[in-house]
Ligand binder design. Structure first.
Ligand SMILES: C#C[C@@H]1N[C@@H](C)[C@@H](O)[C@H]1O
Length: 438
């Protein structure tokens, strides 16, 4: 087949230390905050039924109303240290923060547009305060950046005319300059999370996206960029024309989780998830179902058991505080993570046959497999079927290492772990010590 000029430049996972750190995070936090938060998905008592951060695109939203709203952005209770401490208590190990969403409003004082926080009543360099506060808490920071920019007159959805192409050349230069200033002003940044890259204008810019990604990685060695950024020279995104992933991890798992290990094709990946059914920016009314802490813990376990990370989104209110439901989830999840994080941090796909009771995880080069149990059967017998040439030597609750659980060998290469009678109201972890054999 034709050799691609602007397809993937690497087959397989990155093997450097920065990516190994990323791979082991387990749980992360996403934060969507900006001018859209002022509306909370509502205007004049009517609710936008899309994702709240897209409210500018609502037919009932006059552009002038949205585009002047930044003059009211004045988060009196914003305290990045409080945000970072809540995240630390929750147990997240990385955060992705919106520097500029599709509306084009910059939460840092960019030199390349007036549509920034510097010209709002707030004036603070929000991005700097978030980067500094989270870094101080030992949480790695990734910066979300939307390529699509509804505010910039040179943005184009497609390149149909000469004028389109001339304007979009200006837009690409503007984009490169903004990304350069983000990496130079916030050098603690570990990676860039790109969004708004699905339109034809960007898909027709494959060579530019390739050159830009290489420029950014030269500017900031070790930088991590997912598969949502680039297009190859044929307009393919995420996976190039030869079927190889472009980017350092698969970035397509938005509000969805792979079902099996085969679904991740041996790539690094993470899943980004909302607490309500949809909507990333603050929403005054959460429509439909919102996830409980146990659902969120199960999604975390499911992602880690399939070799990925789970990233939960929070949408701060216009005043800079979080909804009580979000604070409660962070607290409850943190209490569980504090006790059980051995089964989450630096863990990976164990390769054992999935059972109904929950998820397996393991650490590389450790003769242990973790069982994260969500569903105790009425028999209280948990079936365990190790991978080939592996035997279970001992089983015990992570919280009670001294009390061995009974292992009943079945007539094929499986065992039952008999749980003591108890009320199992919380997910819990069983440690299996393993050895070669069988
Ligand atoms: C669609 C879309 C965007 N991608 C999510 C991560 C949010 O930013 C949403 O607005």
């Amino acid at each position: 087949p034709k050799v691609l000029q602007h397809g993937a430049h690497r087959v397989g996972k990155r093997t450097d230390v920065e990516m190994a750190t990323w791979r082991g995070y387990g749980m992360g936090q996403f934060i969507h905050w900006g001018v859209y938060s002022l509306f909370g998905g509502e205007l004049n008592g009517n609710y936008y039924n899309g994702a709240a951060e897209w409210i500018r695109s609502w037919k009932d939203m006059p552009n002038g109303v949205y585009d002047s709203a930044y003059k009211q952005f004045n988060p009196s209770s914003f305290d990045a240290t409080q945000w970072a401490k809540m995240a630390k208590q929750m147990g997240v190990r990385y955060v992705t923060f919106t520097t500029k969403h599709h509306d084009g409003f910059c939460l840092w004082p960019s030199k390349y547009t007036d549509y920034t926080i510097a010209n709002s009543p707030c004036k603070k360099d929000i991005v700097k305060q978030v980067v500094d506060a989270y870094t101080k808490e030992g949480i790695d920071v990734y910066l979300y950046f939307s390529i699509m920019d509804w505010h910039n007159p040179d943005w184009r959805y497609d390149l149909k005319t000469k004028e389109d192409s001339v304007a979009f050349e200006r837009f690409k230069l503007f984009t490169k300059k903004q990304l350069t200033e983000l990496l130079q002003q916030y050098p603690q940044t570990k990676g860039l999370w790109f969004d708004g890259t699905w339109d034809n204008s960007w898909k027709k810019s494959g060579a530019f996206t390739d050159t830009l990604e290489q420029y950014l990685k030269t500017l900031h060695p070790g930088l991590i960029i997912g598969s949502r950024f680039r297009a190859d020279e044929f307009g393919n995104r995420h996976v190039d024309a030869t079927g190889v992933l472009m980017g350092d991890y698969e970035q397509g798992w938005e509000r969805k989780i792979p079902k099996t290990y085969a679904d991740v094709h041996g790539n690094d990946w993470d899943c980004v998830m909302t607490i309500p059914e949809n909507g990333w920016g603050y929403q005054k009314k959460w429509l439909g179902h919102w996830k409980t802490t146990n659902e969120i813990l199960e999604m975390t376990a499911q992602c880690v058991s399939l070799g990925g990370n789970f990233v939960l989104n929070f949408g701060p209110k216009p005043d800079g505080t979080f909804r009580p439901e979000e604070v409660e989830i962070a607290k409850e999840a943190g209490e569980w993570m504090k006790i059980n994080n051995a089964a989450i941090y630096n863990c990976e796909y164990a390769g054992w046959e999935k059972q109904d009771w929950g998820y397996y995880t393991k650490k590389t080069n450790e003769n242990k497999v973790y069982m994260i149990v969500f569903n105790v059967p009425v028999s209280r017998s948990l079936k365990v079927k190790p991978s080939k040439n592996t035997l279970v030597d001992k089983a015990y609750l992570l919280t009670a290492p001294g009390k061995t659980l009974s292992l009943e060998k079945l007539d094929y290469d499986a065992s039952f772990i008999q749980l003591p009678s108890a009320q199992y109201k919380q997910p819990f972890v069983i440690v299996l010590e393993t050895k070669e054999g069988g």
